[in-house]
Design a binder for this molecule. Structure first.
Ligand code: NAD
Length: 549
């Protein structure tokens, strides 16, 4: 890869970013018909999903099947898990690409990702949707907002990068101070989760936009859509070796990458336990790294919806149904515990239970499906055990669901428990599935309840406050200040829009580096300050020393 020469001069302005509007996919609409045709096309193939290293596609030597979670006998493709040889080759390809890429003008890098955004919402849109629907079991709407978010990331990040490069230090007469926003020295390892194609694409793209080179290990459970994302990067003009895709299993790939002295950072989204492990194993290798690797992790959540007696009952039911059960509850931001005052519970219990019981669980390409399958057999089994544990607790009453069906797909019915124990495991542990736990409190215990919300779980990702009373909103915002990186007032905790509600949580939920904002890009640069003196001193003495001689 050679360093591009550019003949552009000027302080370039990036096109204004915007959020891609979601399409409706009403039954019989042109967009729904075209998408279903694409779903059929993808379903009718068995795709080869190769690792892509330095622009080369590797042959599959130990094929591992990728199946549709809602139809698990159906094989959609195969990948080969990367081992020592492939990961080492990916690191070498990245390091070879670094000299030219790190010197490529920022607007040339930005233009590639803006082109990628247009490919996501244009040529590849339906293929990305179809692979996300089939491979990750998302409904029309869930797949659409996911893919739109990928384009939103690329467009907003372009604008955030420009803002960052604009940031320059003050200078005094005779001096010019310049901040060189350098990429990190080495390569960045991106480890991505299965649940959002947008996150899978954004995690490697963000460091690359800032001039870094990347080894990207997508989730083995989203290999089908990750393959399309990689093709988008390539077609957008990303030079070979800047992002290297290695399919495979996290622990193996990470252990090999962590042995390289050139590991400059890890960008991870996934579970809290894995991130803690990554932190420890990186620290254990610290003596042989050339720099201190940056660790960015967005992890689990146990997101609370807390309602005040003044809350709007219908809005609350809608937020709980959508917040807890959309995409089978497999969102880090999903509502999974709720606190409802006794007076309000009387009016919402029946509508909440009836609506939940009426949600259709099944094949995501049917228009009447609200809930698809959970990602794999392991997830279904883990959720079944959690449900059985809940049923066995004296403090728990099963209000809806409580059943799993795994013969054709890994289906878990949306489940609601009511608990009389506000510190029960169902109020504190992340299940990452369609499980909602309800605690009904006495109306005069609002303030104690806010304390409970704050103290019950180790996570601090999202929380929602439902109240009509402004004073109650202010109280909740105060008590829950550290309980969530995102706090919603009279809205569900899911569905953050890029550029509007930047995303991230603290405590056990991560390093809170706020994707969808300039803060997330800041982690992938390391400043070099350049001071240029226009009038260098010629006399080494200072006035306080008096005249010499
Ligand atoms: P996961 O932790 O099982 O896997 C995430 C990635 O880590 C995958 O690529 C996987 O292969 C890899 N991995 C697994 N074990 C590893 C190990 N020992 N070492 C290194 N890498 C390893 O998570 P998941 O099931 O893909 O996603 C669900 C989790 O992600 C949930 O906990 C959810 O809350 C979280 N999540 C958080 C956010 C956020 O922004 N906070 C967003 C999405 C998902």
């Amino acid at each position: 890869m050679t360093t591009p020469h550019t003949s552009v001069t000027g302080n370039l302005r990036v096109p204004a970013p915007y959020n891609e509007p979601p399409r409706d996919f009403a039954p019989g609409s042109t967009e729904a018909t075209l998408l279903l045709k694409e779903v059929d096309r993808v379903r009718g193939q068995v795709r080869e999903l190769p690792s892509v290293i330095g622009g080369e596609r590797l042959r599959l030597d130990t094929p591992t099947a990728v199946v549709a979670p809602h139809d698990h006998a159906h094989v959609l493709g195969h990948f080969s898990p990367a081992g020592e040889r492939e990961v080492t080759a990916a690191i070498q390809a990245a390091l070879r690409a670094r000299p030219a890429w790190s010197r490529t003008p920022w607007w040339d890098r930005t233009a590639i990702f803006l082109r990628a955004a247009d490919l996501v919402t244009g040529k590849y849109r339906d293929e990305l949707l179809a692979t996300t629907m089939l491979g990750q079991s998302k409904t029309f709407h869930q797949a659409e907002i996911d893919i739109n978010e990928l384009a939103d990331f690329f467009r907003y990040n372009a604008s955030f990068a420009a803002q960052i490069y604009d940031g320059q230090p003050f200078s005094v007469p005779g001096v010019w101070n310049v901040m060189d926003h350098r990429p990190l020295e080495g390569f960045v390892l991106a480890i991505t989760p299965f649940n959002f194609t947008a996150i899978a694409g954004n995690l490697p793209a963000t460091p690359a936009l800032m001039g870094n080179v990347v080894v990207w290990k997508p989730s083995e459970k989203s290999a089908l859509s990750s393959d399309v994302v990689m093709r988008v990067f390539e077609e957008a003009g990303l030079p070979p070796g800047v992002i290297n895709l290695v399919h495979g299993f996290g622990a193996e790939v990470t252990a090999i990458a962590q042995r390289s002295e050139h590991l400059a950072g890890i960008t991870f989204t996934g579970s809290t336990a894995v991130f803690r492990q990554l932190w420890k194993s990186t620290a254990a290798n610290i003596d042989h790294y050339r720099s201190y690797p940056r660790l960015v992790g967005e992890t689990g959540g146990k997101n609370a919806v807390v309602a005040h007696p003044s809350a709007d009952p219908e809005a609350l039911v809608t937020a709980l149904v959508r917040g807890a059960f959309e995409y089978q509850g497999q969102k880090c931001s999903a509502a999974s515990r709720t606190y409802v005052p006794r007076s309000l519970w009387q009016s919402i219990e029946q509508p909440l239970v009836d609506t939940t019981a009426g949600l259709r669980v099944g094949d995501v390409s049917r228009h009447d499906t609200f809930i698809g399958a959970v990602i794999d057999g392991g997830a279904a089994q883990r959720l079944e055990q959690a449900i059985e544990r809940g049923k066995a607790l004296d403090s728990h009453e099963l209000l809806a669901g409580g059943t799993t069906r795994t013969d054709q797909g890994w289906f878990v019915d949306p489940t609601i428990f009511r608990t009389t124990d506000p510190r029960a495991i169902t109020m504190s542990e992340e299940y990452f599935g369609p499980l909602l736990s309800v605690y009904v409190y006495n109306d005069d215990e609002w303030e104690q309840t806010l304390q409970l919300v704050d103290e019950t779980s180790d996570y601090a990702l999202c929380c929602s406050i439902f109240a009509g009373d402004r004073h109650a909103v202010a109280q909740a915002l105060d008590v829950l200040r550290d309980a969530g990186g995102m706090t919603y007032v009279n809205d569900k905790p899911t569905g953050a829009s890029i550029g509007q509600q930047s995303f991230g949580g603290s405590r056990g939920s991560g390093t809170n580096d706020k994707t969808g904002s300039p803060l997330a890009l800041q982690r992938w640069i390391t400043g070099r300050l350049i001071k240029e003196n226009f009038s260098p001193a010629h006399d080494w003495t200072y006035p306080y020393m008096g005249r010499r001689g």
